[in-house]
Design a protein around this ligand. Structure first.
Ligand SMILES: C[S@@+](CC[C@H](N)C(=O)[O-])C[C@H]1O[C@@H](n2cnc3c(N)ncnc32)[C@H](O)[C@@H]1O
Length: 190
């Protein structure tokens, strides 16, 4: 185990410390459901995982993963995460964490990617829905086509959040080749 974890592993380590049984957590980009499964294990039977993706294959493989692992407390929506403000009803608020894992679905159509014009509104919604002390975590992948523009826009958005309201951290391996992924963490202050 290296001293510095990979960015996604750091996100998991921090989220593990934050989430309690009974909490409600969101996976804003379900993909193959790895993050949703991770969140499902943390919130337990009394909690709930709410997930979004624009591809039916992502919803299907995420559901399969949850069912295979005996987790049933989830609501997955085949709709863009920019609609989360409309779809997450009052009974589930406030959220403890919203995870974004940007980019494309591995082993699928690489032209279907997250894009800043919908990612940034979704991030804004997420900040409104998380509780004080809650977290929005964002894995950015600047290395693929379209990923660099989105990563820059998301990074600039996060850097401009009001310091009195949010703490923002930026983590990544600095000497890795080819535009390596990085993690942004936004903590909502009281
Ligand atoms: C890198 S993958 C996510 C990986 C996933 N978290 C996992 O654990 O397997 C990015 C996903 O974002 C989805 N996506 C693209 N645009 C989206 C949008 N507007 N709202 C929600 N998901 C979107 C893609 O379909 C893709 O499945």
């Amino acid at each position: 185990m290296p001293v510095f974890p990979k960015p996604i592993h750091l996100a998991h380590q921090l989220i593990e410390k934050l989430v309690r049984s009974g909490d409600v957590a969101v996976d804003a980009t379900l993909g193959n459901g790895h993050d949703a499964l991770f969140l499902g294990g943390l919130v337990g039977e009394r909690g709930r995982v709410i997930g979004f993706d624009v591809q039916s294959s992502a919803i299907e493989s995420s559901e399969e993963r949850m069912v295979e692992n005996g987790i049933s407390n989830y609501d997955f929506h085949l709709v863009g995460h920019e609609k989360m403000g409309e779809l997450i009803t009052q009974e589930y608020l406030p959220l403890v964490v919203v995870m974004f894992n940007l980019g494309y679905l591995p082993n699928a159509d690489k032209s279907i990617i997250t894009r800043e014009m919908t990612t940034i509104p979704a991030l804004e919604s997420a900040l409104g829905l998380v509780r004080v002390g809650g977290l929005v975590s964002i894995m950015c992948y600047p290395g693929h086509e379209g990923g660099d523009e989105e990563s820059k826009a998301v990074s600039a958005w996060a850097a401009n959040l009001a310091r009195e309201e949010y703490r923002v951290a930026h983590y990544g391996l600095h000497n890795a080749p080819n535009n390596p992924p990085f993690l942004l963490l936004v903590e909502k202050l009281g």
